[in-house]
Design a protein. Structure first.
Length: 305
C-alpha cells in the first residue's frame, strides 16, 4: 500500500524511489521530534497548572472534608523495616525513588509509566533484574538495555485493545508464583487501576513504589471514596516505609489541613518485611527535591493521629 508521499509524487518525472525514501525518512524523523516536543510541552503545562493552585484562594470546605484528609493521612502513616535498609534508585532528583534495598525473592520487576526517564529501571537492571516496562505514550525507552522488555500498552483497570490490566502484567511477568517489585507512575490512573486489582494479586508485590496524584480532589465524594478504598486495601497488605512530596506540585490546604497534591510512596509487604513504628522525619537524607530549583517539601513525621 502506497504512502501519501508516494501517491503525491507518483508519475512525476525526475522523482526516483531513492528520493522518495529520503523524504519519507526526513518526515519520520520530524514526526518523532515533534512528538517528543509535545511531551515536553505537556509536562511543562501540567507543572504550571499545579503551581497555579497555590495562587488560588483556599476554598472553604465543610467540616467533613477535614476528617477526610486526616483519614487519608492516617492510612499513609510511615513505618520502618527492621530487616532491610533504605536506598535510592534512579535520578538524584525527579525520576528517583527511595525504597527498601531488598531484591531477594523478587522474580520480576515491573515499571509502569516510563515516559523519557528510565533511570530507576537502569539501576534495577544493573542488579541483574529484567525490567518489564509498560507505557502507551512513547514508542520505547529512551535508552536501550538488554534487561528491558518494553510494551507499548496502557495500564488500565481491565485488559482490552491497547490496554492491559495490572493483574495480567503480573501474570505474564511471573507466571502463577513469585514476588514482584512494582514501580508505578501513571499520572493519576493509579487509583482506578489499584481499585480494580484484587488484593490477592497485589499481595504478590514485595514492594510498590508509586507516585500518587490528585489529593487536592479529596473534597469530591467519588474520588475520596476511591482513594480511601484503595489505601484501606493496601494497608491490609503493606506498610508505608517511605513518603516524599513531589515539589513540582504544590502544598495544598483542605479543610484547614496542610497536605500535598502529589506524593511518592513506597509500600512494603508485611509478610516479606518486619515492620515497626518509626519516628523518622521526612524528607530524609536519601531524598532530593524533584524540582531542584525549589526547596523540598517538609513533611515532618507525616503523622495525622
Amino acid at each position: 500500500m502506497k504512502t501519501w508521499l508516494e501517491k503525491w509524487f507518483s508519475g512525476r518525472p525526475g522523482v526516483e524511489q531513492a528520493t522518495l525514501d529520503a523524504i519519507a525518512a526526513q518526515v519520520a524523523q520530524l514526526e518523532t521530534a515533534t512528538a517528543a516536543s509535545f511531551r515536553t510541552v505537556n509536562k511543562q503545562l501540567r507543572n504550571a497548572e499545579r503551581r497555579a493552585v497555590l495562587q488560588q484562594p483556599h476554598q472553604d470546605y465543610p467540616a467533613e472534608v477535614q476528617e477526610r484528609v486526616l483519614a487519608i493521612g492516617r492510612l499513609l502513616k510511615p513505618t520502618e523495616a527492621r530487616d532491610a535498609e533504605m536506598a535510592r534508585f534512579g535520578n538524584s532528583n525527579d525520576g528517583g525513588y527511595v525504597q527498601l534495598d531488598a531484591l531477594n525473592g523478587v522474580t520480576s520487576v515491573l515499571s509502569l509509566g516510563i515516559s523519557d526517564d528510565v533511570s530507576w529501571d537502569l539501576d534495577i537492571a544493573q542488579r541483574g533484574m529484567t525490567v518489564w516496562q509498560y507505557d502507551h505514550s512513547v514508542e520505547g525507552p529512551p535508552i536501550a538495555h538488554e534487561k528491558f522488555r518494553f510494551h507499548k500498552l496502557k495500564v488500565a483497570p481491565h485488559s482490552g485493545s491497547g490496554c492491559v490490566s495490572l493483574g495480567e502484567i503480573i501474570a505474564v511477568a511471573t507466571g502463577p508464583n513469585g514476588h514482584v517489585l512494582l514501580k508505578m507512575d501513571i499520572e493519576g490512573s493509579e487509583w482506578e487501576v489499584l481499585d480494580n486489582t484484587p488484593a490477592g494479586v497485589l499481595a504478590r508485590c514485595s514492594q510498590i513504589v508509586c507516585e500518587l496524584h490528585h489529593f487536592h480532589h479529596l473534597h469530591i465524594d467519588r474520588h475520596y471514596e476511591r482513594v480511601k478504598r484503595v489505601l484501606e486495601k493496601l494497608s491490609g497488605i503493606f506498610g508505608v516505609v517511605h513518603v516524599h512530596s513531589n515539589n513540582f506540585s504544590p502544598i495544598i490546604v483542605l479543610g484547614n489541613v496542610p497536605f500535598f497534591q502529589t506524593l511518592e510512596v513506597t509500600f512494603a509487604n508485611r509478610t516479606v518485611f518486619d515492620l515497626r513504628q518509626t519516628q523518622k522525619i521526612f524528607p530524609t537524607a536519601l531524598d532530593a527535591p524533584n524540582n531542584p530549583t525549589l526547596a523540598d517539601h517538609f513533611l515532618g513525621r507525616f503523622d495525622f493521629g
